[in-house]
Ligand binder design. Structure first.
Ligand SMILES: [Fe+2]
Length: 370
């Protein structure tokens, strides 16, 4: 489609929005497809009633029951499953078990806690803000030094890959050199110093568990080679992209890509400095994607009454953007200090009934002027 316009417009989206007006982007293809910017005297989030299922959702996962070593399912479709998982402190001498996911790649995002992960490829370390990318069928065991909590993002129809970085080059956002790699030396040193032996493997396939017992430790690899192995990536090694002149779309913060969804990481960064640049996320309809946002840490200034450990879900089909208070307060802000993980899915997400008891049912009213 060619570009067309009606009325008086600027030549750059998210910039020079007329005083007391709002811009709404309506776009296909997750900020990559055809898109238009509509200028309106009031935002489209000024609804007075929403009747039906197509509502934005907010959940307080701090209150969600997270049984140890079990994944609590939250959302799912054919491509992706989203869960919370909890791992208790490993007690000395405790019988440990290994886990293998035969349903897909597992991307853990560490919300709380620190420790190490035993794998057949070596030892990995984790602490808050760490992604752990465990390829399909990679056997692993968490050894938690402190009670740990993870957002679990399961890719069911493809492996994860790095985002295409296009004209900003292969070292943009994060340098692939920053990936944490497994160490066999550290694995064997830990096994020896703590007399660790894992002889029980639980494998998940088609959401059913199968147990394999051994009479000696499964973490016995003496050497390996290849390009299939688990890695980690920490938010401290991510360099958020920004433009001083214009607000970049969420896709600029893409961390991993898989079939049917993307994972983005929003990190602290200075706000745009041009006086006519929009400084809060723009109002938009991300027409082709459902959006899940997990609030990990910091001060979530673009929304009201949020705290770390909450999660919002904005299904495709309704406009959204910052809360009215954020729009009012933006003049005093020079930077954001929020850390959040977003999962945008191409196919509609189903919501697990696990979440019913921790939903804040009036979330859809939070955009209405108070
Ligand atoms: Fe959105």
């Amino acid at each position: 489609m060619h570009q067309y316009s009606q009325g008086k417009n600027t030549t750059q989206g998210h910039k020079g929005i007329p005083q007391d007006h709002f811009e709404e982007e309506q776009g296909r293809g997750g900020f990559f497809g055809p898109a238009s910017h509509l200028i309106k005297p009031q935002p489209s989030t000024r609804w007075t009633m929403i009747e039906g299922n197509l509502k934005p959702h907010l959940y307080d996962l701090v209150e969600l029951k997270k049984p140890n070593h079990q994944w609590q399912r939250m959302f799912y479709n054919a491509d992706v499953g989203l869960y919370m998982s909890s791992v208790p402190v490993s007690a000395p001498g405790e019988k440990m078990r290994a886990f293998r996911n035969a349903d897909g790649d597992t991307l853990y995002f560490t919300h709380k806690g620190e420790g190490v992960i035993l794998t057949e490829y070596g030892l990995l370390h984790y602490n808050p803000g760490q992604y752990i990318l465990m390829p399909k069928c990679c056997t692993h065991t968490f050894v938690a030094r402190t009670q740990s909590e993870f957002l679990v993002i399961e890719s069911k129809s493809s492996s994860y890959r790095e985002p295409d970085r296009g004209m900003v080059g292969k070292n943009a956002f994060y340098d692939p050199a920053a990936f944490g790699k497994p160490s066999l030396e550290e694995l064997h040193a830990l096994k020896k110093s703590q007399s660790l032996s894992v002889v029980e493997v639980h494998a998940k396939r088609s959401y059913q568990m199968t147990r394999f017992d051994y009479d000696s430790c499964v973490y016995d690899t003496v050497s390996w080679k290849g390009d299939f192995f688990p890695i980690t990536l920490h938010i401290k090694d991510m360099m958020p992209m920004l433009s001083a002149r214009v607000h970049l779309p969420p896709s600029a913060h893409t961390t991993f890509v898989a079939h049917g969804f993307v994972v983005c990481t929003f990190l602290p960064r200075p706000l745009e400095s041009d006086s006519d640049a929009l400084k809060v996320p723009f109002y938009h309809q991300n027409i082709d994607y459902d959006e899940v946002l997990f609030y990990h840490d910091g001060n979530f200034f673009s929304r009201d009454n949020l705290h770390a450990g909450m999660l919002s879900m904005h299904p495709a089909g309704f406009p959204h953007g910052p809360h009215p208070k954020a729009v009012k307060n933006v003049g005093t802000k020079t930077h954001t200090d929020e850390v959040a993980v977003m999962i945008d899915t191409r196919q509609n997400l189903e919501i697990d009934s696990n979440l019913d008891s921790v939903e804040l049912k009036d979330y859809w009213k939070s955009w209405m002027a108070k």
